[in-house]
Design a protein around this ligand. Sequence first.
Ligand code: ADP
Ligand code: MG
Length: 561
Amino acid sequence: MPDYPVQSSPAITQAQQVLKQTFGYDRFRDGQAQVITQVMQQKDVLVLMPTGGGKSLCYQIPAMLLPGLTIVVSPLISLMKDQVDALLTYGVNAAYINSTLSSQDMFNIYKGMQDDKYQLIYVAPERLMQLDFIQRLQGLTISLIAVDEAHCVSHWGHDFRKDYRLLGQLKGTFPHIPIMGLTATADLATRADITQQLNLQQPFIFKGSFDRPNIRYNQITKYKATEQAIAFIKQQDGSGIIYCNSRRKVDDLSIALAKQGINCAGYHAGLEGAIRDKIQRDFIQDKIDIIVATVAFGMGIDKSNVRFVLHFDLPRSIESYYQEIGRAGRDGMPAEALLLFDEKDAARIRQWISTGENLERNSVELQKFAAMEAFGEAQTCRRQILLNYFAEYSAGHCGNCDICLDPPKAFDGTVEAQKVLSCVFRLKQSVAGQYLIDVLRGKQLKRILEHGHDKLTTYAIGKDKSDAYWHNIINQLIHRGFLRVDITQNAVLKLTEEARPILQQAQKLQLAVPRLSLDLGKKAQFIAPDYDRALFAKLKYLRKTIAEQDDVPPFVVFSDA
Ligand code: ADP
Ligand code: MG
């Protein structure tokens, strides 16, 4: 961690008084005093602090100390209102300007600005950049422009807003006014982009620790996801958020949960605004336990007692993932994050990203997604991977993720692998995972009998194990690059060249003992091996596959199980 010395100065002494007298706090949190010092000296600043870290005071206190008006850009109407309401209760003069105001209110606020009535004005980006508003501001003394949720300015962030792009012109319009960008997530690429887009001039960058030690990171292989979600929820106490990647899944899952008597509501951008607001309010007031939502839910929601965040689907970047799980446990009490990981989801997302029109953006997004995928696949401390991703280095193990608490155990999985791979071969590399499992387990299904696949030598060679077991083994073989999911062809499984030596008995293979359920009661401690950086570089979908006609002799043939 770099050191950020705070020199005591008249400005800091004053800031400390405001902190105590207005907000009632005794001490600054990590970074606040440093940031305030810099702003008071008219410097541009980029503040990276996790959610709940105390970003607001970084501009609210200077707003009260500096002569003139502080403009705060905020992406959400609800966020502005909450902040302004809170400031008013502290006796700070603040107001917001957005589309909910009547023209009379608006007039009054403009008049108040003219009369130096306010210390802070919150405004939506599109309003701020309107010519008439800029003109109004040019007649006033502006002390600072703060851009909250600054990652919205970046295409590479996870929450890009078109209107934020306009903010790039601010520096040109107000060259002498310091600009402060604030965000809770920004990897190195997004960070550089924010600085560039906002035109920050040699900014002072403060980056707090992104570690949230009270959140336990867990991941299980997705398999019968709805049942897994229900089982997980039943182990939980209190509020939670479940993220899905489509509106349809939100609807389906919330109905399925409600049928189990779970007090939940679905939330996505397809719902009417008034309904969304009500759901959000009910959740905050603990009238709804669980929100099933798309990524549309969460920004700016200040609810401290969210006990878990469940990812039903794979997010597209570690930035989004971190932001979403960060909504759990803001009160500092233990909280759970659970990711249902599925290689098929990953293949689909990759495909989807690659079809984007902007090639440079596709490439950045693919890299970001590769890191997310590696996180899901990892067999080493998950916290370390997350922190590394935000360029924060930590010791080898955290003791509070599924990997640290229950290290994967290896076994000689050569025979299991041979069973799966030879069955894929016998099925002419033309079936997807579930069909493969059905054949391995010797199910007497109509479609199997119709195709005569019950006559294959590999039929029923895996009947001693469960569906979930084989699903997990197949996934490991995909992760390790022995199988490839061909999503251009209904997700059928193909053999890669790496499969050949396994099938020819020329190579043994260690696999992890499948973890079929999540034991949240576990409290072991251990030292994890160093994080495997190579994972990030792995682009396994580029592996060469074995041609269908190729018969790879001598194949291992299981005639009997
Ligand atoms: P962020 O915007 O970084 O998510 P907020 O600015 O909303 O975080 O602050 C989160 C909470 O922390 C608020 O309730 C705020 O009052 C509190 N807080 C901020 N600074 C301090 C401090 N120095 N001491 C105690 N509490 C603080
Ligand atoms: Mg904030």
